[in-house]
Design a protein around this ligand. Structure first.
Ligand code: G1P
Length: 300
């Protein structure tokens, strides 16, 4: 059984971030700050907290800021050292020391399945975790660790699922499931990428965390373009789920908090919620927010 820390994490970050223009014209969407940390750092920290310190980012054009963020910044470090500002120095070096980060470019943006296929040479013949670079999952929930354990004990691919309101299902990969003996674990029997209204097989959507078996690469290699003319990971997982000889696909139904920071409204909520949770800023921000809401109600 592979131990989690020998496994690799893959984070696709080649998307254009068009939902967030103009902020993302020159800045990768994964570099947008939530309070004082870019979104991508939360995602890398989540992988590291699950024991995955070898991380491959699938990047695209315009993503230099990402690489710089995880690299040293000597000028800043020297300045802060001279000042004896240990606290800020730690903030600067933390992202550098977090993990072993590798990069490969996606080239043509042919979809998530195509991005995942780019990880093949680095990952080899082992299961691996896939974390979508703009989803923030509550660190306290240990979702990825549970998914890695489920993969290690069953050999199945594992997807994270959340119940989603009917009118939002068409933005996701949506699954049909059967129950298993564990209440939060389901067997995935069918997957549909971004179903049209009324055609979703359930209200359970795939959110941006996966643990994938290496067999997925062979399937992706031959996967025909699907929704939007792109090579869809969801379609490859459907092929795997339908193979009677494979251990198939399991889902963990996640009920904690998740923020899709690529969406403007969800991003604003993420900033407010996560600022309130912070020990340093939360109390003062919360007091201001209460007054602000009271004043708004008074006006209304
Ligand atoms: C991707 C996947 C989709 C999944 C979603 C989760 O879509 O293709 O199956 O439900 O991520 O965020 P995207 O959001 O990249 O369009």
């Amino acid at each position: 059984m592979p131990t989690p820390h020998t496994l690799k994490a893959v984070i696709p970050v080649a998307g254009l971030g068009t939902r967030f223009l103009p902020a993302t014209k020159a800045l990768p969407k994964e570099m947008l700050p939530v309070v004082d940390k870019p979104v991508i750092q939360y995602v890398v920290e989540e992988a590291v907290n699950s024991g995955l310190t070898d991380i491959l980012m699938i990047t695209g054009r315009n993503k230099n800021a990402l690489e710089n963020h995880f690299d040293r910044n000597f000028e800043l470090e020297v300045k802060l050292e001279e000042k004896g500002d240990e606290m800020r120095l730690e903030r600067v070096t933390r992202s550098t020391d977090l993990a072993d980060i590798h990069y490969v470019r996606q080239g043509d943006p042919k979809g998530l399945g195509h991005a995942v296929l780019k990880a093949r040479a680095h990952v080899g013949q082992q299961p691996f975790a896939l974390l979508l670079g703009d989803d923030i999952i509550d660190a306290a929930e240990d979702l990825l660790t549970r998914m890695l354990t489920l993969n290690a004990t069953t050999g199945s691919c594992v997807v994270a699922l959340m119940e989603v309101p009917e009118d939002e299902l068409s933005a996701y990969g949506v699954v049909r499931v059967e129950p298993t003996e564990s209440p939060d674990v389901v067997r995935v029997t069918e997957l549909v990428e971004k179903p049209a209204a009324g055609e979703a097989p359930s209200n359970l959507a795939i959110v941006g965390r996966y643990v994938l078996a290496p067999e997925i690469f062979d399937i992706l290699e031959h996967q025909a373009p699907g929704r939007g003319g792109e090579i869809q990971l969801t379609d490859a997982l459907q092929t795997l789920a339908a193979q009677s000889e494979s251990p198939g696909v399991l889902g963990i139904v996640y009920r904690g908090s998740r923020h899709d920071t690529g969406d403007r409204l969800a991003y604003l909520k993420a900033v407010v919620e996560m600022a309130l949770e912070r020990g340093d800023l939360g109390p003062a921000f919360g007091a201001w927010l209460d007054d602000f809401v009271d004043a708004r109600r008074g006006r209304g």
